[in-house]
Design a protein around this ligand. Structure first.
Ligand code: PHE
Length: 488
């Protein structure tokens, strides 16, 4: 094989599994329910769905187009597509976003490992105060840091194996299982007496509670849709650089978004009915939910699991899958940085000549002194993975410590953990969305956009004009309005 050829995903199923694997994760099962609860239920859900359809999906497609046409990590791809411009700076922005997201995401992923341990040892089954159990975890920085580090290293290990053997295989195995277990939990939650209150909270709009959240609801919903779809910061672009020429981009974007949305709604249909049905005081549940935060999933799901026969088995299964769903997302975040380091960073080291005639293999060599050459080396994936993992662990330590009660690690009135969540999901990703849509709609050569949209003329160009109009006007303007309204 030509050494310079880029790796590609092997199969179509692999592509769906990897992109949906990136999208489906803690964003759906942990973040979506807690945002819904904080913003008062159904109205949030509807605004969220609108954001997915009008902004999310078109920008997912734009990332696929840019990624496949740019054929490189997100910084190099902009250079390839618009030589001589400053656009690659946005690539650095997106790589930083991936790093910052991992700072808090890995901490939550660490919680899933702790809950898996608690399920395996039976400790979860013997608890009767799930709220207290959760807050004792968030007040124990040592445990959080330990599990976070395990998660980071596990992710790094898989990414070190590369695209086909690592990312694709892992995703293909995990995604179908996750859906299956969630369906079982859904049936259980819906058959609990009193589950209806949770369903109507999720799907029957209540204008009063939405009014309380006000314009914040818009930014929250927009941020959640981007976060959940993994869109706006180069993850999907990096994955699309491994797509073959025959992949149908629009179809893939639609399938991935549909799966992601289905899992988020499924998580809602499990968690809210369970929370209402199992609450000690269902009548004050709406207030509790509003105040509720990151703990929702870690409190109401374990409670729901207890009501199943063979609770421990289900509990192990559920948390194992949550670990795996998080892993397919962390892998995609990690890959954004790894692809960049591996492809862009070079180190120059002296190289001894071993060949008898004094010739050296490789490129970019200059003689330094007799017997020694300097050679530029790429940083191998495993080595890049180790360095990146160390950086993420360092950031994660601050996030984990910031959750302890009375921690001084606060910025702008938020814990460092919440600050990173806010900065990335509500600012960086929407800003990234504006940039990507403008770049694809206005800067990218229209012929390239058209060729990628239609797989070099083999697919119909139906809706192409509408799509380009969305990229040039609707998406950037709409996102900008939401951002401005929500922040001021
Ligand atoms: N979409 C992932 C989730 O829902 C999180 C993520 C965000 C992954 C951004 C990659 C990039 O859990």
């Amino acid at each position: 094989m030509d050494k310079t050829a880029r790796a590609t995903f092997g199969t179509k199923l692999g592509i769906i599994a990897a992109t949906a694997g990136s999208a489906v994760g803690l964003g759906n099962i942990w973040r979506f329910p807690s945002q819904t609860a904080q913003d008062g239920g159904a109205i949030f859900v509807f605004v969220y769905l609108a954001c997915v359809a009008f902004f999310g999906v078109p920008i997912v497609l734009a990332e696929f187009i840019l990624g496949r046409a740019g054929k490189a990590n997100s910084a190099r791809a902009y250079r390839n597509l618009a030589p001589g411009g400053w656009f690659h700076v946005f690539g650095y922005f997106s790589i930083s976003a991936a790093f910052l997201i991992m700072g808090f995401y890995m901490v939550v992923a660490g919680w899933t490992l702790e809950y898996l341990r608690l399920s395996l040892t039976g400790e979860l089954a013997s608890t009767n105060d799930f709220g207290a159990l959760f807050s004792s975890l968030t007040n124990d920085a040592g445990t959080q840091i330990g599990w976070m580090a395990v998660f980071v290293l596990g992710t790094g290990g898989i990414v070190a194996f590369g695209v086909k053997k690592g990312i694709e295989l892992a995703s293909k195995l995990m995604m179908p299982l996750l859906l299956l277990v969630m369906l079982v939990l859904c049936v259980r939650a819906l058959t609990l007496p009193g589950a209806g209150a949770g369903l109507s909270y999720l799907f029957a709009p209540n204008l009063e509670t939405a009014g309380d959240a006000g314009a914040r609801l818009l930014t929250d919903a927009l941020g959640q849709s981007f976060f959940s779809l993994s869109v706006g910061m180069g993850t999907l672009m990096t994955y699309a650089s491994y797509f073959g020429r025959d992949v149908r981009l629009a179809k893939t974007a639609g399938t991935m978004a549909a799966l992601d949305t289905a899992v988020a709604l499924l998580a809602g249909v499990i968690i809210f009915p369970a929370a209402f049905a199992l609450a000690a005081h269902p009548e004050s549940m709406v207030e509790t939910l509003k105040a509720g935060g990151p703990g929702l999933v870690f409190i109401s799901i374990p409670q729901l699991l207890q009501s199943l026969p063979a609770a421990q088995v289900w509990s192990v299964f559920f948390f194992l899958l949550l670990v795996l769903a998080s892993l397919t997302s962390t892998i995609s975040l990690f890959e954004v940085i790894t692809a960049f380091v591996h492809e862009e960073v070079r180190v120059t080291l002296p190289k001894k000549i071993f060949s008898p005639r004094g010739e050296a293999a490789g490129t970019g060599e200059t003689a330094v002194s007799p017997g020694t050459l300097r050679q530029e080396y790429r940083i191998a994936r495993p080595f890049a993975a180790v360095v990146i993992a160390a950086g993420i662990i360092a950031l994660g330590v601050f996030c984990a410590c910031s959750l302890e009660e009375n921690s001084a690690l606060r910025l702008f009135g938020l814990s460092f953990f919440d600050f990173l969540d806010f900065l990335t999901a509500k600012l960086m990703m929407p800003l990234g969305g504006i940039f990507i849509s403008l770049f694809a709609g206005r800067r990218l050569d229209k012929k390239i956009l058209e060729a990628e949209y239609s797989n070099a003329g083999t697919l119909s160009l139906r809706f192409f004009k509408v799509y380009r109009f969305i990229l040039r006007w609707i998406a950037p303007a709409g996102i900008a309005v939401v951002l401005v309204c929500g922040l001021f």
